[in-house]
Design a protein around this ligand. Structure first.
Ligand code: AMP
Ligand code: MN
Ligand code: MN
Ligand code: MN
Length: 276
């Protein structure tokens, strides 16, 4: 059986490894099929594809789109996309453009909370001139002694109700799914267990996702407990959606679940890769 890891990040967004190093690590850890899914970005895929060829593994072209739904930010992973598709590329560029202004506002919000120079500090952790994310602010806050680790940052800063939070209008759910489909890909709702919704909200979210043409739920991810693996496998059957699996690996020392570390998909779901 082939070993799939369909969610990972490189230095082209907020990962710690360059695309080629990420692919090499995946290969050395027994991953047969890896998707690189940088946030709102496809620029690492060419390097990743080259490295995958050299390592003898398969690279699935992917990206993870930032979406605003109701009052939440959710993530939609696009898999098996054509990274040259102009509709998708224009959409991603529009999302990335919003990140630059948001970063300045996050810096201002942290300054107002008594943490100066966070914008400049975050920029010193940025690894692509095309993309700045909250993760870079988180690494700055850890380095400056304001939090123990990145996980700790997201408990105390940068989230709704905490210092450094800035509301952001990302793409809509329908846009994200349409752009992914325009590029020939599959739309996967990423780490649904992370979204702060009740059971009614989750039903609404998955219903809207399915009705807008969404293809799969990320059942296995480092953000889910084993109980959530079962819960979301059931949701796949109830909503008629396929299932995906991805570590959401960001880098050594930061991600608890390493590349390829997830168990096989639960029985009774249709893998998103069934027809690949
Ligand atoms: P952004 O897309 O700029 O809003 O940044 C979101 C990123 O922050 C996610 O992709 C994660 O890498 C990181 N992040 C968000 N919440 C957490 C958390 N609780 N623990 C660790 N990283 C997180
Ligand atoms: Mn991330
Ligand atoms: Mn995500
Ligand atoms: Mn991710």
């Amino acid at each position: 059986m082939r070993h799939y890891d369909l969610h990972s990040h490189s230095t082209r967004s907020d990962g710690l490894l360059a695309p080629a190093a990420l692919v090499a690590r995946a290969a050395s850890r027994g991953v047969d099929v890896l998707a690189l899914t940088d946030h709102d970005e496809v620029s690492g895929l060419a390097e990743a594809r080259e490295a995958a060829r050299a390592a003898g593994i398969e690279l699935v072209c992917g990206t993870e789109l930032s979406v605003s739904w109701e009052d939440l930010t959710i993530h939609i992973v696009g898999l098996a996309i054509d990274p040259d598709n102009t509709t998708l590329c224009a959409g991603l560029e529009a999302i990335r453009a919003g990140r630059a202004t948001r970063a300045r506002r996050i810096g201002d919000a942290l300054a107002a909370a008594g943490i100066p120079d966070a914008y400049e500090g975050a920029l010193s952790f940025v690894t692509s001139e095309r993309l700045v994310s909250r993760t870079h602010f988180a690494r700055f806050l850890v380095g400056a002694g304001h939090a123990r680790d990145v996980k700790d940052v997201f408990k105390r800063y940068l989230v709704p109700g905490k210092p450094g939070h800035v509301a952001q209008a990302w793409a809509t759910l329908g846009q994200a799914i349409d752009w992914i489909h325009a590029a020939g890909g599959r739309a996967v709702i990423a780490h649904p267990g992370r979204y702060k919704v009740g059971s009614g909200g989750m039903r609404r979210l998955l219903g809207e996702f399915r009705d807008a043409g969404g293809d799969a739920i990320e059942v296995l991810t480092s953000a889910h407990t084993p109980a959530q693996f079962t819960e979301f496998a059931t949701k796949c059957r109830v909503f008629g959606l396929a299932a995906s699996s991805g570590s959401d690996y960001h880098g050594p020392g930061e991600s608890v679940v390493d590349l390829g570390d997830l168990p096989p998909l639960p029985a009774g779901v249709v893998p998103v890769w069934k027809d690949w």
